[in-house]
Design a protein around this ligand. Structure first.
Ligand code: S3P
Ligand code: PEP
Length: 406
């Protein structure tokens, strides 16, 4: 069957921010409407950008904040990023462009996720950042304006700090040059950042961004590759055939490479610039794979690995302990609850195949726990998902769409 998953969360939140910081009007089509992107919509409205959202067509018209004299916003706003890592890490640098004292906060879950490197970098660039609770976590208050220049930043916790600094940098009078002090995780997301910025007229090269601002444009948002992983994984698990439309070799998202992992496991994969088809062959071999570039699909792979022959070892993803939950511990704990031999490593996990027992899975308010563990229900009766509504973070209609498969 053919599926069309909703718009990319990552591209939607980048395009919304670039459009808000631009001179002129932008029309964004195919936007994701989910909790994470509604958090960004509210944030850009709070900054003062005009937002006209057509829910039915998922089109957003954004009137940008820039004029020939610079930004028309003054800060002094309160932003609630809810559970959204991207919204929080992308918006804080934008608030630091403005002189007024703004406050950024989020859900209890977001408040324990790492923020320190971004706060330190903004302080170095001239912003005043006050820790309103624990140092290195939200909530914070920020006052600018940052002027830009050179800054050092660790890369091993999250790429979102760098993407956030980059997206604001065209508005910094001195632009920005970043020196990474530790290896960058999730590299494809930085490439996506540069691509979206260029579409809005920014000048980015390597780790350097020149001043010059953004120009509004019409931008078509591609479907979400992390969301697609569940449907491609389902084909591999069930021996069925699934085509994902609107995503392929031309995608900006690293997570389309999840199909490469399924291919290594024995599934048949066909790719065009804007389609991926996975056909389950009945053969699924365990693999050893470094998922540092595509870690949002690690839990999907864990669900597929249960049905493989031989163990699957995932490594390179120690940093996903700082996502919506400690995803390594969560996926191992839940698979063990179903009687699967799953082992936690420092930087990943090992899954031995088996037949899961009927189980009610805890999801830790992590949409990806819910979406990936639900795949076990395609082969095993009696699989239940606790708090299924947590999928609203990125994919409110997930269970409806998954039901279409069967
Ligand atoms: O920039 C982005 O859009 C994202 C980057 C990744 O985070 P990290 O860079 O923290 O790994 C990813 O997990 C997240 O879902 C979206
Ligand atoms: C980690 C994720 O989201 P974020 O960091 O944007 O909250 C995710 O969607 O899996």
């Amino acid at each position: 069957m053919t599926v069309r998953v909703p718009g990319s969360k990552s591209v939607t939140n980048r395009a919304l921010l670039c459009a808000a910081l631009a001179q002129g009007t932008s029309t964004l089509s195919g936007a994701l409407l989910a909790d994470d992107t509604r958090a960004m919509l509210d944030a850009v409205r709070a900054l003062g950008a005009g937002v006209d959202l057509d829910e039915a067509t998922r089109t957003v018209v954004v009137s940008g904040l820039a004029s020939t004299d610079g930004l028309t916003a003054s800060g002094g706003v309160h932003v609630d990023a809810r559970q959204s890592g991207t919204t929080s890490r992308f918006v804080l640098p934008a608030l630091a462009l403005l002189a007024g004292r703004s406050v950024l906060d989020g859900s209890e879950q977001l408040r324990v996720r790492p923020f320190g490197p971004l706060v330190e970098a903004l302080r170095h660039l001239g912003a005043q950042v006050e820790d309103l609770a624990r140092p290195g976590n939200l909530p914070v208050a920020v006052s600018g304006p940052v002027r830009g220049g050179r800054v050092a930043l660790p890369g091993h916790l999250s790429s979102q700090f760098l993407s956030g600094l980059f997206m604001t940098a065209p508005l910094m009078p001195e632009g920005l040059s970043v020196e990474l002090t530790s290896p960058l995780v999730s590299v494809p997301y930085l490439e996506m950042t540069a691509a979206v910025m260029r579409a809005f007229g920014a000048d980015v090269e390597g780790l350097h961004v020149r001043p010059g601002g953004y120009r509004g444009c019409d931008y078509a948002i591609e479907p979400d590759a992390s969301a697609a992983s569940y449907f491609l994984g389902a084909a591999a698990i069930t021996g069925g055939r699934v085509t994902v439309e609107g995503l392929g070799t031309a995608s900006l998202q690293g997570d389309v490479r999840f199909a490469d992992v399924l291919e290594r496991m024995g599934a048949r994969v066909e790719r065009t610039p804007d389609r991926i088809t996975v056909t389950g062959t009945g053969v699924l071999r365990g693999v050893e794979v470094d998922m540092v570039d595509i870690s949002d699909t690690a839990q999907t792979l864990a669900a597929v690995a249960v049905h493989a022959e031989g163990p699957t070892r995932v490594r390179g993803i120690g940093f996903i302990r700082g996502k919506e939950t400690d995803r390594i511990a969560a996926v191992v704990t839940e698979l063990r609850r179903a009687g699967i031999d799953a082992i936690e490593d420092d930087d990943g996990f090992t899954i031995h195949p088996g037949t899961p027992a009927p189980t009610r899975f805890e999801t830790y308010d992590d949409h990806r726990m819910a979406m990936s563990l639900a795949l076990l229900g395609l082969r095993t009766p009696g699989i239940e998902i606790d708090n299924p509504r947590c999928v609203a973070k990125t994919y409110p209609n997930y269970f409806h769409d998954l039901a279409q498969l069967s």
